[in-house]
Design a protein around this ligand. Structure first.
Ligand SMILES: Nc1ncnc2c1ncn2[C@@H]1O[C@H](COP(=O)(O)OP(=O)(O)OP(=O)(O)O)[C@@H](O)[C@H]1O
Length: 265
């Protein structure tokens, strides 16, 4: 591996919202993520790409400690959010996951009303003093997720009754409702048709203004469309990270070149 292509630049360090240093993940004996150094810039969309099994989702899950939920997973190294140690043993993981929200591959609304799906987090975190404030958060989140116009007359209907694309935007509204700083997205469009995918991609672009986004995607076209920065992983290593345009037009590492040109992966 060429260390120069993957080590964080001075500019990345200055702008970093999330900093990973020498991050390793072991699943039992399997060394799934190896010595990853990566800075995620604030208010950018950063795409994580690479062949199946290269560690994209594993790295994503490190950022909000979702790997804690995997019995045989062990994480070493350091991850910081605005300088706060994400793996500090005294940190409240529920609060951490409010700061770093997650949207999954398969839309997973709760079996509750559309309104209650979005109100769930703000209620748990005591974000609203009264019903009017809660309504404001719920409506604002649905609006930001580009869903309000479609659901404003059906707020009491169950979230699972929406189309796949609407369900995914509901999950994004649910993530936004607790005012996170970072939103992690694990292949958020892989279960969606092209029209729903286009809507979610448009939404990701709009969300960038207020949030830092990290997205795992199998689609290089999607990475090129939605992200400003792209990180290429291979066999658990971060091979190269750079501006998306540079990664797709002028990749520096032969492995990235091979992946981008479809010679493997
Ligand atoms: N819970 C687990 N136990 C053991 N090995 C695991 C576990 N989860 C993932 N792995 C292994 O760790 C490696 C990285 O997996 P990960 O899911 O992060 O890759 P990925 O790049 O996101 O893959 P894909 O694109 O196929 O989703 C793979 O070899 C995978 O088989």
């Amino acid at each position: 591996m060429n260390a120069n292509t993957a080590s964080p630049s001075q500019a990345d360090r200055r702008l970093a919202k999330v900093s990973a240093r020498d991050v390793n993940v072991f699943y039992g004996q399997k060394h799934a993520l190896k010595h990853v150094d990566l800075d995620i810039r604030a208010n950018d969309v950063t795409a994580l790409i690479g062949p199946s099994g290269c560690g994209k989702s594993t790295f994503l899950r490190c950022i909000n400690r979702m790997n804690d939920l995997i019995e045989n997973a062990q994480v070493t190294g350091s991850l910081n959010l605005d300088g706060d140690d994400i793996y500090d043993r005294n940190i409240d993981v529920v609060q951490l996951r409010a700061r770093i929200g997650m949207v999954f591959q398969k839309p997973n609304p709760f079996p509750k009303s559309i309104y209650d799906n979005v109100a769930y987090g703000p209620r748990i975190h005591g974000m609203a003093r009264d019903q009017a404030e809660l309504d404001e958060i719920v409506m604002g989140s649905l609006e930001k997720a580009g869903l309000l116009a479609e659901v404003k007359d059906r707020l009491e209907e169950t979230g699972t009754g929406l189309s796949g694309g609407q369900q995914q935007r509901l999950c994004i509204a649910r993530a936004i409702a607790v005012a996170p700083e970072v939103i992690l997205m694990d292949e958020p469009c892989s279960a969606l048709d092209p029209i729903a995918t286009a809507k979610v991609e448009e939404l990701i672009d709009e969300l960038r203004e207020n949030f830092t986004i990290v997205i795992v995607t199998h689609s290089m076209q999607q990475a090129a469309r939605v992200s400003q920065r792209t990180a290429f992983f291979h066999l658990g290593e971060l091979v190269e990270v750079g501006d998306t345009e540079q990664i797709f037009t002028n990749p520096q590492h032969p492995l990235t070149q091979g992946y981008i040109t479809g010679r493997f992966g």
